[in-house]
Write a protein that binds this ligand. Structure first.
Ligand code: ADP
Ligand code: MG
Length: 318
């Protein structure tokens, strides 16, 4: 059975902003899926929807099956059990997710105790083990968040995410706030732990090169939809959708800081969900758009072995 199956997920924020517009995803045990796309394409909205963490007023439709159980129809008690223990999230900018007035070991121990998995003393011992697993000395657990570097705080967040033994980790731009050297270390850490523990991973980033290096499959999002999906290496080396191609050439090297702030060959910005262009949402920025692209919307279709893309050019001999 799939660890995660997302079917026709739609998220509309108050005011009618369609941030996610019909996403399908599937993840088997031990699989690593990278989700790429520029800022504003709906990646975080998708991540938050998976555990029903969206702000009040957001309308969510579709199905989100976690180990076969629909997150969207779960009762609160069950949902609380599933958060941390079934699936957990690692966000960008750990400073905001950690409580400044509590020692980090206590914060790691908290979900363990809350889930009834251990006594407070055993949970604190477990917190120490988890800290060592993420490459920090157990004694670091006595620190407060402000006494740690950004990279160390992100390691603490990863320890917390692992604390209750989830089957799925969702990491939303876990390294964006960190410098390039630390980024690579943290990504390797997440990938190593996920492999070791045979967890499933959704890694979200705007950096396609990083994802191609750490994930089995990639999904590229644009304007709230997956526009291309397939095996990581194939997609990165030979993208079929013009947006995925542009992203791949914009981020040719892992963690390239220059490319991050000025993606090469991709002028403009993704559309505002309140003002989506007609036809294919990418057509105003597309260098190979046809007249029809301004009129006809495109949906995912077969684009080679295990691959799909939503472009008018796909299926015409490719
Ligand atoms: P990404 O993570 O890919 O940058 P997001 O999911 O954060 O994208 O945002 C997708 C779109 O939804 C953006 O246009 C953003 O402005 C909008 N959005 C995000 N959060 C909210 C919110 N709470 N209310 C209204 N719109 C939102
Ligand atoms: Mg985001």
């Amino acid at each position: 059975m799939s660890v995660l199956e997302v079917r026709d997920l739609r998220v509309t924020y108050a005011g009618g902003f369609a941030a996610v517009r019909g996403v399908d995803l599937e993840l088997t045990a031990g699989q690593k899926l990278g989700v790429a796309g520029e800022s504003g394409c709906g990646k975080s909205t998708l991540a938050l929807a998976l555990l029903r963490l969206l702000p009040a007023g957001a309308r969510v439709e579709g199905r989100i099956l976690l180990d076969g159980e629909d997150v969207l129809t779960m009762r609160w008690g069950r949902l609380r059990a599933v958060r941390w223990a079934g699936a957990s999230l690692v966000f960008q900018g750990a400073m905001h997710s950690l409580n400044p007035v509590h020692r980090v070991a206590d914060q790691i121990a908290e979900p363990i105790v809350l889930h009834g998995a251990a006594t407070p003393a055993a949970a604190r011992r477990r917190a120490g083990e988890l800290l060592e697993q993420v490459g920090l000395p157990a004694a670091r657990g006595r620190s407060y968040p402000h006494e740690l570097s950004g990279g160390q705080r992100q390691r603490v967040m990863i320890a917390m995410a692992l604390a209750c033994g989830p089957r799925l980790i969702v990491a939303d731009e876990p390294t964006t706030a960190l410098d390039v050297m630390v980024q690579a270390q943290i990504l390797r850490l997440i990938e190593g732990l996920v492999t070791e523990e045979e967890l499933s991973l959704i890694m979200i980033s705007h950096d396609l090169a990083v994802l191609a290096d750490t994930c089995d499959r990639l999904a590229v999002m644009y304007a709230g939809r997956v526009v291309e999906e397939g095996p990581a290496r194939d997609l990165f080396d030979d993208a079929r959708h013009p947006y995925a191609r542009a992203l791949a050439s914009a981020f040719p090297r892992i963690g390239d800081p220059a490319a991050r702030f000025a993606p090469r060959g991709l002028p403009g910005d993704p559309p505002d969900p309140a003002a989506l262009p007609p036809g294919c949402a990418f057509h105003p920025r597309c260098t190979v758009a046809l007249d029809t692209c301004a009129v006809d919307d495109q949906t995912l279709r077969a684009a080679g072995a295990g691959r799909q893309a939503a472009c008018v050019h796909v299926g015409n001999g490719r």
